[in-house]
Each structure stands twice: as structure tokens, then as C-alpha cells.
Design a protein around this ligand. Structure first.
Ligand code: UFG
Length: 338
């Protein structure tokens, strides 16, 4: 059985990705410091797949702790590196926390991969590296800019660190997946997004408002240059996104390319108001919302050209927006019933 190490494997995207790898017959070793996730996620994974992954409560920024994982699993064929802080606003207030954790985490992972000759890396990057693109949809060739936030900048810097490191070795290969906006939850509602405190992101804010945890959703700005005035993003179902990591590893195993980048989105943009409509339509629940000022740092519109991932990886987003949004609602309801 082929083995992969998944850092950040109890997090939102990480846990869905562990499920997809296990469903495809891989053995998975999860590394997570549980700073933004919960150990019970492993039970959810077990209920879905029938198997609990091997787990290490380890901080990737701690080289000595990480050493043990790699020494014990040096037969792994790939590392999927998610572990990172991801709150945009917090990163503006605490930039060094982000540079320390996110950049040092990757440096440690790459160092161990070199030491133990583990040849393949899938890195979780973000469309934030494109800033506000001049031409839409964005392709992988679109210019990369300095992102608005220190969080986003750690993604850009980490992509550069990967390129420089690959150039210095003859066996390492990597794929960076630039995610657009992941939403939704596994159809079983056994795992999903569990933000700590007040959510920053749109979908958890919507579902928490609908369930009664928040009074109303604030729509940040309706004066953008978009058809309904609200900002546009490319919302991708988290299970579709998770599957992209499995095909990325399979690609690394067979292709000769040392480094590739893929946009992982649906190719379709939706405005904030369209997401609210999709939520009301698919769940039958009416949402309280009001229009407020723009949120500083938000781009106006971004969506992906996914033709490279479609062609080269043979991967395509499959879930409809309504199905995806509904899965987030089903998860929210299940979480609150517990
Ligand atoms: N929004 C609201 N109200 C809210 C929350 C969000 O109107 O309460 C709007 C935002 O203004 C934006 C859209 O909904 O127009 C999506 O916002 P999210 O916070 O869900 O997502 P972002 O596009 O801002 O951020 C995401 C990821 C980040 C990443 C960024 C750019 O969460 O990790 O994309 O890649 F950095």
C-alpha cells in the first residue's frame, strides 16, 4: 500500500483530503498540532472510510518533533502539505506568527523530504497570489503579485522556496495547487468546516446565521463593478478540491515534470448575493442579511481558468453550487445537534 504524509490532516481541507486518499487505497499518516482543529475529526474520517489514519500531534514548525514522523515513515511516497495558519485578518495583526509557522513549516517539511528521500510534494497554495487580476479568468500564467496580507504572502514565498529547493536537487518533484474558495462538507456530514469563534469566511457565516448563532450576515460592499455590485469568487466544493490532491500525487508518480502549478476552482464566478440565493434556494431557509461597507483587502472579482487541471490532471469540479451550499448547511445542522 502506498503511503502519504498529510500535514494539517485534521483541518478543513486536510480532513476531506485524507478521506479521498484512504478511499483510493493509500495509507495515510496525519500530522497536525490541533491548533485549529479537533482530534475527533479522526473519528469522522474513520466512520466514513472504515479506517483511522495514523496520527501524530506534531507542529510542523518544530523540526525535532517532525523528525520522528519522517524517520518512522520514510517509506512514504509523497507529502501533502496543508499545515498553516490561514486567517487573513489575524495575519495582518500578527505577521511574524504567520511567517514563522507557515514558512518555517515548509522549510522543515522540505528538509525532511530531502533527508529521507521522499520525492513528491503537493503544496496547498491559493489564488490570493494573483491579487486582483487584470484579465479574467486567471490562468496559471497570470502575473503573481505581492498578496494583500502576510498570510497570502506566505503562500507566494512558499511557492518560491519550493522552486529554489527543487532546482538544488535531482530527485524532488512538486505540484502547487492554487485553491480558489473551498466550501461545503462531506456528504456524510461526518466532517466539515469548524471555525473557532466568529467565522471570517462567507459560507460558515451564512450557515451560522441561518442556524441562529449570528443575528445577520453582513454583505461586504454592493458597489463593486460586478453585475449585482457584490464581490465575485470561484467557490469550489471541498470534496472536489480534495480529489485534486489524489490526482496530483498520481501525476507526480508518473510524469517527468519537476514542478507544476494548477488552478483548482470551478471556472465559474459567483457573487455574494448569488451565494445567498443558492443557499435560500437549496435549503428553503431564509437568510437575514444587510449590506455594509466593503471589507478592507478584498478583491473585487476572481475566478479560475481550470483548463490546465482539466487537461493535464484529468480533474474537474463536479458538484453543483446548490448541492455544495446545501452540504454546508447539512453539516452545520449536524454539528449543532451534537
Ligand atoms: N463576505 C461577506 N460577508 C462575510 C464574509 C465574507 O460579504 O461575512 C464576502 C467577502 O467580502 C468576499 C466573499 O464573501 O467578497 C468571500 O469571502 P471569504 O472570506 O469567504 O473568502 P475570501 O475570498 O476573502 O478568502 C479566501 C480564503 C483565504 C484566501 C483568499 C484569497 O478564505 O484564505 O480567499 O485567496 F486568502
Amino acid at each position: 500500500m502506498q503511503k502519504v504524509i498529510v500535514t494539517g490532516g485534521t483541518g478543513y481541507i486536510g480532513s476531506h483530503t485524507v478521506v479521498e486518499f484512504q478511499n483510493e487505497g493509500f495509507e495515510v499518516v496525519v500530522v497536525d498540532n490541533l491548533s485549529n482543529s479537533n482530534i475527533e475529526v479522526l473519528d469522522g474520517i474513520e466512520r466514513i472510510t472504515g479506517k483511522k489514519p495514523v496520527f501524530y500531534k506534531v507542529d510542523v514548525a518544530n523540526s525535532a518533533e517532525l523528525e520522528k514522523v519522517f524517520a518512522e515513515h520514510s517509506d512514504s511516497i509523497a507529502v501533502i502539505h496543508f499545515a498553516a495558519y490561514k486567517a487573513v485578518g489575524d495575519s495582518v495583526k500578527n505577521p511574524l506568527k504567520y511567517y514563522h509557522n507557515n514558512v518555517e513549516g515548509l522549510i522543515n517539511v522540505l528538509s525532511k523530504m530531502i533527508k529521507y528521500a521522499i520525492p513528491n510534494l503537493v503544496f496547498s497554495s491559493s489564488c490570493t497570489v494573483y491579487g486582483q487580476p487584470e484579465v479574467l479568468p486567471v490562468t496559471e500564467q497570470s502575473p503573481v503579485v505581492k498578496p494583500e496580507s502576510p498570510y497570502g504572502n506566505t503562500k507566494k514565498i512558499n511557492e518560491e522556496i519550493i522552486v529554489d529547493t527543487l532546482a538544488s536537487t535531482d530527485f524532488l518533484k512538486a505540484i502547487s495547487l492554487r485553491y480558489f474558495n473551498p466550501i461545503g462538507a462531506h456528504p456524510s456530514s461526518e466532517i466539515g468546516e469548524l471555525p473557532i469563534g466568529v467565522p471570517d469566511n462567507l459560507l460558515p457565516y451564512i450557515t451560522q446565521t441561518a442556524i441562529g448563532l449570528r443575528d445577520e450576515l453582513s454583505v461586504f460592499g454592493n458597489d463593486y463593478n460586478t453585475p449585482d455590485g457584490t464581490a465575485i469568487r470561484d467557490y469550489i466544493y471541498v470534496c472536489d478540491l480534495a480529489k485534486a490532491h489524489v490526482v496530483a500525487v498520481k501525476r507526480l508518480l508518473k510524469s517527468k515534470e519537476q514542478y507544476e502549478i494548477f488552478n483548482i476552482g470551478t471556472g465559474k464566478g459567483s457573487s455574494v448575493l448569488e451565494i445567498i440565493q443558492a443557499f435560500e434556494r437549496s435549503t428553503g431557509v431564509k437568510l437575514n442579511y444587510k449590506i455594509v461597507a466593503r471589507r478592507p483587502g478584498d478583491v473585487e472579482k476572481v475566478w479560475a481558468d481550470t483548463s490546465k487541471a482539466n487537461k493535464v490532471l484529468g480533474w474537474k469540479a463536479e458538484s453543483s453550487l446548490d448541492q455544495t451550499v446545501k452540504s454546508a448547511w447539512e453539516w452545520e445542522r449536524k454539528v449543532r445537534e451534537r
